[in-house]
Design a protein around this ligand. Structure first.
Ligand code: NI
Length: 175
């Protein structure tokens, strides 16, 4: 496993539409391993391959909570070529953040439940219902595969402000 660099706003690659994974190869497994290491190190709960500059429809996620004994047991999950099959009309609001927009959090409203279809690392296709944090997180990550960021759901004023802030920071870093 190896840590990969997470690309940050305003990197244009974040706006790419990622390509489907044709086959679960050794390279894809290696990429997923690296993404887990990178995600846990960050730390974060979800990561799309494009965030490590790989425009492939691959997501890693771990929504493990602390159990009663205070331990957190990892629950790594991989979603390959994930799609939203259906969405509830009911909406829910979560404060979202993104490893590509560090230390910025805003509330976003999304469908409260979604049904998803995805392929696992064994190449098997699954359908699953998601709600709560899982529903929000999978929608956020699938958006990444389509070049969409959570700041796109904010008012133009807020979005312009955060993009400007990160663009200035990138310019300063490059000096
Ligand atoms: Ni994100």
């Amino acid at each position: 496993m190896a840590l990969r660099e997470i690309i940050i706003l305003p990197d244009r690659q974040l706006r790419l539409v990622s390509k489907p994974v044709e086959k679960v190869t050794t390279e894809i497994r290696k990429l997923a391993d690296d993404m887990f290491e990178t995600m846990y190190d960050a730390p974060g709960i979800g990561l799309a391959a494009i965030q490590v500059a790989q425009p492939l429809r691959l997501i890693t996620m771990d929504l493990a909570k602390k159990s009663e004994d205070g331990e957190t047991r990892p629950q790594p999950r991989v979603f390959i070529n994930p799609e939203i099959v259906s969405s509830s009309e009911e909406l829910s609001v979560y404060e979202e953040g993104c490893l590509s927009i560090p230390e910025y959090y805003e509330e976003v409203e999304r469908p409260a439940q979604v049904r998803i279809r995805f392929t696992d690392l064994d190449g098997k296709v699954h359908e699953e219902d998601a709600e709560g944090l899982f529903a929000t997180c999978i929608q956020h990550e699938i958006d990444h595969l389509n070049g969409v960021l959570f700041v796109d759901y904010l008012s133009k004023l807020k979005r312009d402000r955060v993009i400007k802030k990160f663009t200035k920071a990138a310019r300063r870093a490059a000096e």
